[in-house]
Write a protein that binds this ligand. Structure first.
Ligand code: 6GU
Length: 254
């Protein structure tokens, strides 16, 4: 998979050298390239923003550097992946569609993602029109209902969620199956040794007996029940979502 990131703060993306994503890059599973948007300006101050037309607070990102950056990144990617290759261009944006595990699953199968990090109040609307008219698939993605200063932190989160699903990146693929959100529910509680733990306050806390029973059917049933109870408590919205999906025939027999 190839990933390009266009940003005015390349240093913000330094953590993509570390841990699982760093290893995936070194192993050749992900070709991740970071581009400085200011390299596509032509004035002495390397200007990427201007005041909003029509008035208003803050600044808006100018279209010209973005168009030049996309042209360069598209040419570079096509030289590597083939002239017919076309990326999914993702704009992290609090006004985007919610990014969720299903989105991560989808994007992990794409050969080429381009992240475009906006700053200030946003990017001139004509940049989106220009890409769509050029036949390029565009997505606006939001991490949740709050505002960050720019797209960079969202790119860190989205890239981590996507890249760990690329085959070969997580050593034990089974660990991706039972985690939170993989089946639309939150994960069940986890325990390890010791089976009876004496905490610093002297309280002895025991692991639920069923987990020591060796009865795999009972354990699976207990975990399913815990997942459901925990989801109902913390994320009732996910339960109504599942009921909606079932009513709409998602689980129906053929
Ligand atoms: Cl993707 N970007 C920004 N700037 N703020 C956000 C966000 C994204 N998701 C939630 N807040």
């Amino acid at each position: 998979m190839r990933i390009d990131v266009i940003t005015i703060f390349p240093e913000y993306l330094a953590p993509l050298e570390l841990s699982l994503i760093g290893k995936a890059r070194r192993d050749g599973l992900v070709d991740l390239r970071i581009h400085q948007l200011r390299d596509f300006t032509h004035d002495r101050h390397r200007t990427v923003d201007d005041t909003p037309l029509g008035g208003g607070a803050g600044m808006v990102m100018k279209p010209e550097p973005w168009a030049e950056a996309f042209a360069a990144v598209l040419a570079d990617g096509r030289a590597a992946l083939g002239e017919d290759a076309s990326p999914l261009v993702i704009f992290p944006n609090p006004a985007g569609e919610p990014f969720a595990q299903a989105t991560a699953q989808d994007w992990s199968t794409r050969p080429w993602l381009v992240f475009a990090c906006g700053r200030y109040e946003g990017i001139d609307e004509r940049v989106y029109e220009h890409l769509a008219d050029a036949g390029i698939e565009v997505a606006l993605a939001s991490l949740g209902d709050y505002v960050l200063n720019g797209g960079e932190v969202a790119v860190l989160a989205i890239t981590e969620a996507v890249v760990r699903l690329v085959p070969g990146v997580v050593g034990n693929a089974a660990s991706l199956v039972e985690e939170s959100h993989s089946d639309g529910l939150l994960e069940y509680p986890l325990y390890t040794r010791p089976a009876a733990w004496t905490g610093p306050d002297g309280t002895v806390r025991e692991v639920p007996e069923v987990l020591l029973s060796g009865n795999h059917a009972r354990i699976a049933a207990w975990r399913a029940e815990q997942s459901l109870a925990r989801t109902a408590e913390r994320r009732p919205d996910l339960i109504s979502c599942r009921e909606g999906a079932q009513q709409h025939g998602a689980g129906d027999a053929p």
